[in-house]
Design a protein around this ligand. Structure first.
Ligand code: MN
Length: 253
């Protein structure tokens, strides 16, 4: 009787362990694509892993079929930071020489974004990824904050401090996923952007802003998007923003 109970308990334990392994979601991480190289910051890989997901760096895709094929292996997606989105994607021409576009990467990222949206895949958009998803949903961007915002006491959105340090405050909307995930009304975040969401796309709900009115986070269905870089803070040893990655992993289970 005792031996049978032990076998039973062992079987339950094995099933539990197998279940745990099986349920670790596979999270795709979009890559940059300059000069024939495929690159991405290891901070995204580190953060997905720290949040309990299996990180997979994605290849660039050139067709809808390639996007479908790649995303069929994933449970969730991180659209990462990088170059500026081509202003033509939202019906504008480049404002000035600060706008830096990588057309090949735009092609790949918009294909991945469209397919992920079609699948209602859980997505975390960060910086460029956040801006690109807003454009994919029909929104527009500020192309260059320093030249488009005429404020004497404008908040610095391009910090020179170390990457893991929060340098400006953002205020979270009370009825938002980000407020629920973080459990606080305001956050100190890092800031490395000269563009930002201008007009929100269809269904986009702004969930955090700075005092100067710049959108720092938004949500829409299965998308959580942030203008700041939680992955840099996490890699730098500051786990205050790890819940944002844990939420993606939880949504991807
Ligand atoms: Mn900022």
């Amino acid at each position: 009787m005792k031996a049978r109970s032990l076998v039973f308990l062992l079987a339950i334990l094995l099933l539990f362990v197998a279940g745990c392994n099986k349920s670790a979601p596979v999270i795709g991480i979009s890559s940059g694509w300059p000069d024939g190289r495929i690159i991405v910051s290891d901070a995204y890989v580190y953060s997905v892993r720290a949040a309990g997901g299996v990180p997979v760096v994605l290849p660039p895709v050139l067709t809808e079929e390639e996007a479908r094929e790649v995303l069929s292996h994933l449970d969730g997606l991180v659209l990462t930071g990088g170059e500026d989105v081509d202003p033509a994607r939202y019906g504008e021409t480049a404002l000035n020489e600060t706008v830096e576009v990588n057309y090949k990467r735009d092609t790949s990222d918009f294909l991945l974004a469209s397919e992920a949206l079609r699948r209602d895949m859980p997505i975390l958009g960060i910086c460029r990824g956040e801006q690109l998803l807003n454009v994919a949903l029909g929104g527009t961007l500020y192309q260059d904050l320093p030249s488009q915002l005429n404020s004497d006491d404008a908040i610095c959105h391009r910090q020179t401090e170390s990457k893991e340090l929060g340098t400006h405050i953002i205020y979270l909307e009370p009825e938002s996923s980000l407020r629920r995930i973080m459990g606080v009304d305001s956050l100190m975040v890092n800031s490395f952007h000269h563009q930002a969401v201008k007009y929100p796309g269809t269904g986009v709900k702004v969930t955090a802003s700075t005092a100067d009115g710049i959108t720092e986070a938004w949500e829409c269905g299965n998308l959580i998007c942030v203008q700041f870089h939680p992955e840099m803070m996490i890699k730098g040893g500051n786990n205050a923003l790890l819940p944002i990655f844990e939420d993606l992993v939880a949504r991807s289970r």
